[in-house]
Design a protein around this ligand. Structure first.
Ligand SMILES: Cc1cc2nc3c(=O)[nH]c(=O)nc-3n(C[C@H](O)[C@H](O)[C@H](O)COP(=O)(O)OP(=O)(O)OC[C@H]3O[C@@H](n4cnc5c(N)ncnc54)[C@H](O)[C@@H]3O)c2cc1C
Length: 447
């Protein structure tokens, strides 16, 4: 990197080149600004790389062409119902209103078409508003943005730079500090896009003690940079006890897509019994699973669903290849594997058979029954820097910052308290759509 004078020509500096940071940087650069993104690792994409790239969108051009007409109000209502009215409604509405534009922008500017996901609705949705890359992989979102960034002359991305924001105690002006150097970088606007604090046990015990003992399946780089920036700069934190959990982390360390449950698979405890309605959602279900003896369970997947999932998801194929599924041809085999009570297993499998037959007009095979030992997991934290609807940070004392924005998991999210208010896809809605809003607002293109 050059000297301070050279770098002070930047209009916007973004901290973090994950999903939200890349979108914020690109959307600001599209407006003609000189943009610098600083990334701590050597890799672009952060945890967004590991997602299925799915988030809700209202009335994108492609959705409308395909005959899907979902107004922003419908997604707004789904989110606010799920979070029990506990998120900032103005922020939620702005995200919903901009989401269609962002999907169009991805197609036109970034060069990636986002396709409606129509085979199933996640819990809490009243429409098929979720879109994703055709591959169902967040890495395609990142790859498309990386390619676009490489061809954007007014956008510079520098990796291997762990950054923080510092306030001059005399002048009150802000600069970026790079760890291990004495470089101070100046800019007109700053976007904090450094992720949440799921990897920081100290912050977890302080804000989300329930999640401290869950297996952590998120990014090791979500270690609370945004929380310490908020403290240093006098910014408000909000929704700090909010988090997304998941209920089907397999014993071999892979994730079993919850779509399997949405299609009809069931979850039993170590005794062999169902203990909760699975369709309450994977984040909500985690606390139920966590309270079972041993804090684990078994997912029972009928053969018909297993075949569909195997074709659809690479995670499923990976779980199979590393031995995460046991294929049971009888209740006896299932009892051998799980150590559960045979009568209870019989009852659970009886329930599974009846519900599958009721659900499907065509015959759906139950045996061989594919069984995976599963654990509850912490995915990511959803509290962070409190923002207004344009992702501007709110200072202690309730003043809206003129210079600092927070996006993605670094910002206070739109879920309710604890693990029960998360509507699937809200993480990327905050990251991708929130990043776009911040980039456009920071460059004066959104009022
Ligand atoms: C397994 C899994 C699957 C998921 N699937 C979905 C899904 O399909 N849909 C959905 O909506 N959500 C999903 N989520 C949630 C989603 O991953 C997050 O909400 C989203 O990726 C957050 O984006 P971000 O930009 O805030 O974080 P990231 O994409 O992780 O980016 C943060 C970046 O900041 C960098 N960084 C950190 N500290 C610093 C620093 N000090 N200086 C410079 N750089 C720094 C990091 O290295 C990283 O590159 C999933 C989560 C998990 C765990």
């Amino acid at each position: 990197m050059g000297n301070e004078n050279e770098l002070s020509t930047f209009d916007v500096i973004v901290l973090g080149a994950g999903g939200s940071g890349l979108v914020a940087g690109l959307s600001a650069a599209e407006s003609g600004s000189e943009v610098l993104i600083l990334e701590r690792t050597e890799v672009y994409g952060g945890h967004t790389l590991e997602t299925q790239g799915m988030f809700p969108v209202a009335n994108s051009r492609f959705q409308l062409q395909q005959g899907f007409d979902f107004p922003p109000e419908q997604i707004f209502n789904d989110i606010m119902r799920m979070n029990h009215g506990e998120a900032n409604p103005e922020l939620v509405m702005e995200l919903c209103k901009q989401s269609g534009n962002v999907a169009d922008w991805f197609a036109d500017y970034v060069g990636l078409q986002l396709i409606p996901v129509t085979e199933f609705k996640y819990y809490g949705y009243t429409s098929f508003s979720i879109v994703s890359p055709a591959s169902r992989s967040g890495s395609d979102l990142v790859t498309a943005m990386r390619k676009k960034a490489e061809n954007t002359p007014n956008l510079t991305i520098v990796t291997g730079r762990r950054a923080k924001l510092k306030k001059d105690t005399v002048s009150g002006s802000l600069s970026v500090v790079i760890e291990g150097t004495d470089e101070l970088l100046k800019s007109k606007k700053f976007v904090v896009a450094t992720g949440g604090f799921g990897a920081n046990k100290r912050l977890l015990s302080r804000y989300i003690p329930d999640a401290v003992n869950l297996k952590y399946f998120g990014s090791t780089f979500h270690d609370g940079t945004a929380v310490s920036i908020a403290k240093d700069l006098g910014l408000q934190l909000s929704n700090m006890d909010s988090y997304q959990a998941h209920s089907s982390l397999s014993a071999v360390g892979t994730l079993i897509s919850w779509e399997s449950v949405m299609k009809g698979s069931i979850i039993i405890n170590s005794q062999g019994s169902r203990f909760a309605e699975e369709k309450i959602g994977y984040s909500e279900f985690a606390s139920k699973l966590s309270s079972q003896e041993g804090s684990f369970g078994f997912e029972l997947i009928p053969d018909g669903i297993y075949s569909e999932m195997y074709d659809l998801y690479s995670d499923f194929r990976l779980t199979e290849s590393v031995g995460g599924f046991r294929h049971c041809h009888s209740i006896d085999e299932l009892a051998d594997y799980t150590g559960a009570n045979k009568e209870k297993l019989q009852t659970s499998v009886g329930f599974l058979t009846t519900s599958i037959l009721q659900k499907s007009s065509r015959e759906t095979r139950i045996f061989p029954l594919h069984c995976a030992k599963i654990f509850p997991a912490l995915f990511h934290t959803l509290g962070g820097i409190r923002t207004d609807r344009f992702m501007r940070a709110i200072e202690v004392g309730d003043r809206t910052s003129d210079t600092v924005y927070a996006v993605g998991d670094a910002a206070a999210g739109i879920s309710g308290r604890g693990s029960t208010g998360y509507l699937s896809g809200s993480g990327l809605l905050m990251a991708i759509v929130g990043g776009y809003i911040a980039g456009k607002h920071a460059t004066g293109k959104l009022q």
